[in-house]
Design a protein around this ligand. Sequence first.
Ligand code: GLN
Length: 538
Amino acid sequence: METKYIFVTGGVVSSLGKGIISSSVACLLKARGYRVTIQKFDPYINIDPGTLNPYEHGECYVTVDGHEADLDLGHYERFTDIQTTRANNITTGRIYQSVIDKERRGDYLGKTVQIVPHITDEIKRNVKLLANTGNFDFIITEIGGTVGDIESLPFIESVRQLRWELGSNCICIHLTYVPYIAAAKELKTKPTQHSVKQLQEVGIQPDILVLRTEKNITPEVRRKIALFCNVAPEAVIQSIDVPTIYEVPIKMHEQHLDEIILKKMGVPVEGEPHMAPWLNFLEKMDKATEDVTIGIVGKYVELQDAYKSINESLFQAATYNDHRLNLRFIHSEKVNNDNIESYLKDLDGVVIAPGFGQRGIEGKFAALKWCREHNVPTFGICLGMQCMVIEFARDVLGLEDANSTEMEPSAKNNVIDLMEEQKSISNLGGTMRLGAYECKLAPDSIAAKAYGSTLVKERHRHRFEFNNDYREQFEAAGMKCVGENPATHLVEVVEIPSLRWFTGTQYHPEYSSTVLHPNPLFLSFVKAAIDYKHEKNK
Ligand code: GLN
């Protein structure tokens, strides 16, 4: 089969969930046996989101090959089990950088370098790069931003050109918003009409419209939109608010979105997508009646998306443990040794979040001390693991000035220190220790038991590491280094075996947790939290 291209654009407002719709389409096509991948084009100038803070851009996701990526790639992986790479997330910055490099090399010698054709050619080259691997039947490309933005114009123009070149091997799905005006008790189609008109003005006729809505779209509204937008009524799909994003693929399938896509591209529609494992997950979710209460201690707790992959990993783990996740966010700047009990005493488990910099760090220490002394299941991730180490050094080893050189460059007891390979690096973009590395686990550790293996591979994003000079001192006092990189001996996992479940990972297990393959460490942590809850209630 020739490679087919599906473009997903958005209009009216941002945050409609193009990533979820793209992921749902990929999920359904994959469940029909096709080889699918998804990529995202982001219209900003940054080379990647690695230098953006969570206030700007939510979580920074990391691919196995060490690319700092948009958080939508996390949705792609969670919905499809596809492993994305740096080819799956391209920004305007990367497009321009590559064109400018070519210009300097002399590749365009004698020519004026222009947005059309040079930038658009570079965009098209990147769309087709994934197809050239020969690994995919479908390439889904999500165009970030909203139609009509100045920034997304070169991407939209490239989509126009590709549609022309690829004919029926290419379709465009446009996602819009249908607001409900409560005072008039009416769903309003005008914003959608305008948005489609904007798309038509730049030469793109969408094939399918997906309408985000809070209320059911009536047949009359559907007909009206179809008529005004030149789209077949059955290709006007509603995406109504649902309790969890994981229901979206099912909702899309109920309206035959997968079939419509295949038909439009001339692919014979055979049978049904194999969604049984997915439905099993949803059924578990529906059936669960008991809560498990987990707290996340971090400084970005007011932001929905800052710890996206952790939230989703916990949700998946709770679901597979037949529980509902009751997630509480605890602002690390608000807590200290005096008030911490009131925040943590009702929790069944505590996650100490990743992060950068000094702000909120003392609150993480207060939380860790309380959890350690009260034997609460505790999971430290990246900076969270480093805080576990520092708090233990201060309170148990008696090294009161112990710190990370990230927080205090001249710290005498630098139990967390800059990695050797980082010392000569001055650029901040894309220079951390990134991507998947192996980790060897001690056979009797909680981590090894959770994974059912003593060799795992997880993803990283850090500059600092456990200082091995202190290893013996920690181990003698009861904090064990149970996971390390087999090549460099960098400490990857610490545990206090005398406690219920007290594990810190230098890596980010949340990046590899998907709906169909939840991360084992999260499963084990949530299980420990549930056991602890039962014990407390006895
Ligand atoms: N700031 C720490 C480091 O760079 C931890 C990073 C993180 O939590 N992702 O090592």
